[in-house]
Ligand binder design. Structure first.
Ligand code: DGT
Ligand code: CA
Ligand code: CA
Ligand code: ZN
Length: 603
């Protein structure tokens, strides 16, 4: 029996759903724990089953002791008696319907009951039929609109799911590591969407330079997590991993390694455009190199730079190879210097465990631990951006009180940064003054209500250094409404950043529909910034919109949206999006030094 991360996360969500259906108030903490564990598994860049095999389940942040114990039983015996017991009495169709975006446990159960789906082998198909026949609109609590939403969710769920970039990278790194164990591997690199750092990846492609391809292929097909060999040739091979991921390998002689890299990095559209460009000069391109018209031989390239240079082009970084103007730019020496992870001086979206009594999830790490971790990463400043206190649970005064208490806490931390770094990082007095986090900004991530108003009273904004705003509800409003909603929320003076602007979740939820050009123009004229959220499930603003926003002159911030100190390591995925959006250091506000950042904030 094999357990992919997707399956395990699904099971944990099913347990949480069962608790929600049984006694949501009493079981609140279990529900939170299981949801958190499911999220943790979804975010892993390794297979959870591998971690279990290596005895490392307890290293996964977000999975507590008791859940780890149940998972151990699951991996050992193929099922967990505890999970079985919790899920007992709930038709399994409920859990299947819950896979549809926008359908939670209660809705799923209602649908199963009202439409009698208990015995359906394919409840999604039965649900679709019912919706088409107008039966859902007639169920109490549903209507024409939710019926249409369900139909849309079903069609969306049928789109083939692609891997998250972080997940694919983790797998690829392990295969690359394994291949490096063969001395005949001289050079090795990932290709395709992974090399271009696309936010989702279909399959993994790897290039190797070697003089002994047979040895390389032999090593490859013996990768420990290989389930099946799909193809084995003299210079190419494909395997299928236990996780159902396909890996394609291509081996070439070092003298033509550059040509191979170029050809199989893609994208397809870039290659087509490049081929046309080359053809006009009398060259034809292939994975072996460049053939000059009327000559017999093919010119080989050991590296990519000489390949592009031969065509009269500057080198084009893989992230830009999408046929979005990069060939013209390379011709005119206008390829921008792209931002690097090392340019980032701050993380501007971090959730701590400070209890703001929010209706969303709290972070799991303390402010102090987060400061220490951010210092280790070399950041000069950070912002704590916990979710705002819940409007439905608190009066105006209580909200003030919570925000004030939190502001005091952050002020105290700011007074103690040197001490914290000395104690926790063993810095000398001198180093503690000069290195690591020198300032913690007091911010909040505030919900944008459906009207564009903020979910805390405007006066409460005054406690903050600046605010992030973001959408967490009413995702399906019409374009004009969403656009007005965003502009309204951004118009409050303390609001500087629109966080995860589209609110999409990869493989789970489409983003909101807005007139983005209008939003970009508003940001430019009012000095508001758009976040590139580095959470691998969000990567929002998406790369193609980043490119458009940059053209309009927008500036950006990068934030990990961490809910645990491990999450701070996700910054690299946000940088990938920024690079794919053609951003340089200057386009991103948190590449500024602390004093630079304070001055753009108007301190
Ligand atoms: P993916 O795997 O869907 O995330 O996207 P890619 O871009 O990795 O696409 P893939 O794996 O089909 O192919 C890798 C690259 O190889 C692709 O970007 C373009 C390039 N390429 C050049 N010639 C061919 C060809 O004949 N077939 C395929 N499939 N790719 C080719
Ligand atoms: Ca691929
Ligand atoms: Ca491929
Ligand atoms: Zn958020």
């Amino acid at each position: 029996m094999k357990f992919s991360n997707v399956e395990v996360a699904r099971l944990l969500r099913a347990v949480s759903a069962s608790y929600q259906l049984k006694d949501p108030e009493r079981l609140r903490f279990k529900i939170i724990a299981y949801d958190r564990a499911a999220g943790a598994v979804e975010h892993l860049s390794s297979e959870i089953k591998d971690l279990y095999d290596e005895g490392r389940l307890d290293e996964i942040p977000g999975i507590g002791k008791s859940i780890a114990l149940h998972l151990t039983e699951l991996f050992k015996k193929g099922r967990s008696s505890h999970f079985d017991k919790v899920m007992e009495g709930i038709p399994k169709q409920v859990f299947i319907l819950m896979d549809l975006p926008g359908i939670g446990p209660k809705t799923a159960l209602k649908l199963v009951k009202a439409l009698r789906l208990h015995k359906e082998k394919d409840p999604v198909l039965a649900l679709e039929k019912a919706a088409q026949e107008g039966k859902i609109a007639r169920i109490e609590g549903f209507g024409e609109e939710s019926q249409a939403d369900i139909l849309q969710a079903i069609s969306q769920s049928r789109i083939q799911k692609r891997m998250l970039l972080s997940y694919a990278s983790g797998i690829a790194e392990r295969v690359v590591q394994w291949l490096r164990g063969e001395p005949a591997v001289l050079k090795i690199e990932v290709l395709g969407s992974l090399r271009r750092q696309v936010s989702t990846v279909g399959d993994i492609d790897i290039a190797v330079a070697s003089e002994k391809p047979i040895l390389v292929i032999e090593r490859f097909i013996n990768f420990p997590q290989a389930e099946r060999i799909i193809e084995k040739g003299e210079k190419t091979s494909s395997i299928l991993l236990l996780s159902n991921v396909q890996v394609d390998l291509m081996v070439t002689h070092p003298s033509s390694y550059g040509s191979l890299l170029q050809h199989f990095t893609g994208s397809k559209h870039h290659n087509i455009a490049l081929r046309e460009f080359a053809l006009k000069k009398g060259y034809s391109l292939s994975e072996y190199g460049i053939k000059i018209k009327e000559k017999e031989f093919v010119k080989h390239f050991s590296d990519e730079k000489s390949f592009y240079n031969f065509l009269g082009l500057d080198y084009i970084p893989p992230e830009l190879r999408e046929d979005a103007g990069e060939i013209e730019a390379a011709l005119e020496h206008k390829i921008p210097a792209l931002i690097d992870l090392s340019d980032i001086k701050a993380d501007l979206q971090i959730h701590s465990d400070f209890d703001t009594e929010t209706s969303h999830d709290l972070g799991e790490s303390s402010m102090e631990d987060l400061i220490v971790q951010a210092s280790k990463l070399g950041y000069e400043y950070i912002a704590f951006t916990d979710h705002n206190p819940s409007r439905s649970r608190h009066s105006k005064n209580e909200i003030f009180e919570i925000i004030k208490r939190r502001s005091d806490k952050i002020a105290t931390l700011n007074n103690n940064l040197v001490r914290i770094k000395k104690e926790q990082l063993n810095y000398s007095e001198e180093d503690a003054k000069n290195l690591g986090v020198k300032k913690v900004f007091n911010s909040l991530e505030i919900d944008i209500l459906p009207t564009g108003e903020l979910s805390i009273p405007e006066e409460a904004l005054e406690f903050l250094d600046f605010a992030l705003v973001s959408i967490h509800s009413s995702f399906r409003q019409p374009r004009s409404v969403v656009t007005k909603r965003l502009l309204k929320a951004l118009s409050f003076p303390k609001v500087k950043i629109l966080a995860h602007p589209t609110a999409r979740k990869i493989n789970a939820r489409e983003g909101v529909d807005a007139d983005w050009i209008k939003v970009f123009e508003f940001c430019v004229s009012n000095n508001k910034w758009l976040e590139i959220n580095a959470d691998p499930m969000r990567l929002d603003l998406p790369d193609f919109l980043v490119r458009e926003a940059k053209k309009a002159g927008v500036r950006f911030t990068l934030g990990t949206d961490s809910h645990h100190l491990e999450g701070l390591n996700n910054m690299r995925w946000g940088v990938s999006v920024a690079r794919r959006g053609w951003l340089g250091k200057k386009d991103v506000v948190n590449t500024l030094s602390l004093s630079g950042f304070e001055s753009v904030l108007g301190f």
